[in-house]
Unconditional design. Sequence first.
Length: 165
Amino acid sequence: MFSKSKINEPAPKAPETTKPAMPEAPASSASSDFKASAPKPKPPASILSSDLTIIGNLKTTGDIQVEGAVEGDIRAHLLTVGETATIKGEVVADDVVVNGRVVGRVRGLKVRLTSTARVEGDIIHKTIAIESGAHFEGSVQRQDDPLSTKGAAPKAPAAPAGDAS
């Protein structure tokens, strides 16, 4: 009886619920704000398992964790190279964490080589951290905008062209 009367009463009391309807309107506008911000959160990192070999380029605005092998360039927001991973190609990401092997150029705002990292190629970075035990063969260059390929590409050919002339 107690629950039946309350269930039946809200439907006839629609005029009384108009007072709460006013707070619902701002709540719904707030939920529309949440809808606008809903696309901003990034999905979880894409994981390429250790038994996977990819031949080709990878490009995403999200995060990638590589545990297998990639023969091609990778562009991402955060790239984590697992201990069992091998990447042969250029790596471009806001954040690069290398635990495995990279053969090719590494470009990142923040680059971190852990103690198990093996990098054979140049590193262009804004900030870099190299742990003791990391193996690195190549050059290191600091740039304010290491992700910009336009700024770096003309500089490299310009110097050899001037030297060659």
